[in-house]
Design a protein around this ligand. Structure first.
Ligand SMILES: *Cc1c(COP(=O)(O)O)cnc(C)c1O
Length: 452
């Protein structure tokens, strides 16, 4: 197999990967993926959280072909192109109020790097004397995930992924994550919220002079295992950032473009961040493209004559790529024309109902849902909340079981994640949860029997 011979897969232990038969996807159609042997699977992870309208979408294809017939790429360094202008205008119109300028890049990680660098430079430009040696650190939450480049790993809080790189990273302060299931006895969201906001308040009171910004995944900490924040937490964080003069960076790379039930997660708590990072769903799963949106006063701080060196010296070769911008524009047009956000209400409700039965399973400790994002946390037993030992590979076996029954899903640690394509039908959503239910029920029962 050439896959095993030549390809090194991301976030994958290649030793175990090579022991198994690889899943090689050849094509997609709507909510389904097809492998090279012709097997058909429901795409239960939106091809890693990116797909919005389904695979092989005729209008998205057409937008791409149309643009390719004109030009595929020209640079944004000191020049402009049509799709990137139209998309920037559109993004400013649809994102939370106050964000007025768009800086493009190619991935969620780079959109975060840009926000971090801009936030730091902003304070230095604003008052180089007052902030000399200050406002050079960032706050992020425990279990935070903001990407894999060194800057975005620096604000990451996931031990498993980030520990090894510690010596390479810049300094970060860690605020507690509102992980209600693990922080409170009986899933008390309100208590969890108060606890976390109080700790953040204390941290900011003590350290705000050193802090350039706070970065947060609004409403759902995705890679951490779909940790859903209590109502009002995000709003509380915004208020604390304002009170302590710290910039708020909303990383909506995962939650943006409808995933939580609104176009952007910040909308749900009327939060206006200082920076907004978007990527994954921006091109509906077609091409790598990201954007960092900023408030006007941040943009203005960078204005000056060339010799003043206030320029933001950052840019990627493919910044503002025309093909990607053209397909992103079509994505947003489809979301609006098909009233996708309105259509989610029934789907979110359907998911919630189908998830009810998971609570009765003996090895499901917690079921978390926010919009179309779902995390099902597996435990050995519900009282101790202890997870299955890693070497048993319980979560991986759940995924393989589901795959055999026609659905592709992925775990994050002990959490089985469902991230359905937003265009999925109610029947497909039901099918996805049913396959997942059977897989969890069968595999955890076997695992529990063998570890007793
Ligand atoms: C996926 C993700 C990123 C990183 O995006 P890439 O495109 O993989 O670099 C950053 N932040 C969040 C919240 C994400 O989910």
């Amino acid at each position: 197999m050439w896959d095993k011979e030549y390809v090194w897969h991301p976030f994958t232990q290649m030793k175990t990967y090579r022991r198994e038969k690889p899943l090689i996807i050849e094509r997609g159609e709507g909510s389904y993926l097809y492998d090279v042997e012709g097997n058909k699977y429901l795409d239960g992870y939106s091809s890693l959280w990116v797909n919005v309208h389904g695979h092989n979408h005729p209008e998205l294809n057409e937008a791409l072909i149309q643009q390719a017939g004109k030009i595929a790429h020209s640079t944004l360094l000191g020049a402009a192109n049509v799709p990137s202008i139209l998309l920037a205008k559109k993004l400013v119109e649809i994102t939370p109020k106050g964000l007025t300028k768009v800086f493009y890049s190619d991935s969620g990680s780079t959109s975060v790097e840009i926000a971090l660098k801009m936030a730091y430079q902003y304070w230095q430009l604003k008052d180089p004397i007052r902030y000399a040696g200050k406002k050079n650190k960032f706050i992020s939450l425990r279990e935070a995930y903001h990407g894999d480049t060194i800057g975005s790993v620096s604000v990451g809080g996931m031990e498993t992924f980030h520990h090894i790189f510690k010596p390479l990273l810049f300094e970060r302060l860690e605020a507690p994550a509102p992980y209600t299931y693990r922080l409170t006895e009986n899933n008390d969201a309100e208590a969890c919220k108060m606890l976390c906001l109080k700790a953040l308040d204390t941290m900011l009171r003590e350290h705000h002079e050193e802090i350039a910004g706070l970065i947060i995944e609004p409403l759902v900490q995705g890679a951490a295992g779909m940790i859903t924040a209590p109502d009002g937490f995000l709003r509380g964080v915004r208020e604390l950032c304002t009170r302590y003069n710290v910039l708020m960076i909303a990383d909506e790379v995962a939650v943006g473009f409808g995933r939580t039930g609104t176009l952007f997660a910040c909308e749900q708590e009327n939060v206006e961040p200082d920076f907004l990072c978007v990527a994954k769903g921006l091109t509906a799963g077609y091409l790598p493209l990201a954007a960092t949106l900023v408030r006007e006063e941040i943009y203005e701080a960078f204005l000056g004559e060339p010799e003043e060196l206030r320029t933001f010296f950052h840019g990627h070769t493919y910044t503002g790529n025309q093909l990607a911008c053209a397909v992103a524009l079509k994505n947003i047009e489809l979301i609006e024309r098909e009233k996708l956000i309105d259509s989610l209400v029934a789907k979110i409700e359907c998911l919630a109902q189908n998830l009810e039965k998971f609570h009765t399973l003996p090895h499901v400790g917690d079921v978390r849902q926010r919009g179309m994002m779902v995390g099902i946390e597996l435990v050995q037993d519900k009282d101790s909340k202890k997870t299955f030992p890693m070497h048993m590979q319980v979560e991986h076996n759940v995924i393989l079981h589901a795959r055999q029954n026609g659905a592709i899903i992925r775990p994050l640690g002990p959490v089985i994640v469902l991230m359905p394509i937003l265009s999925m039908s109610l029947e497909e959503l039901e099918q996805l949860t049913d396959i997942t239910y059977e897989a969890i029920k069968t595999v955890t029962a076997q695992a529990y029997a063998s570890c007793r």
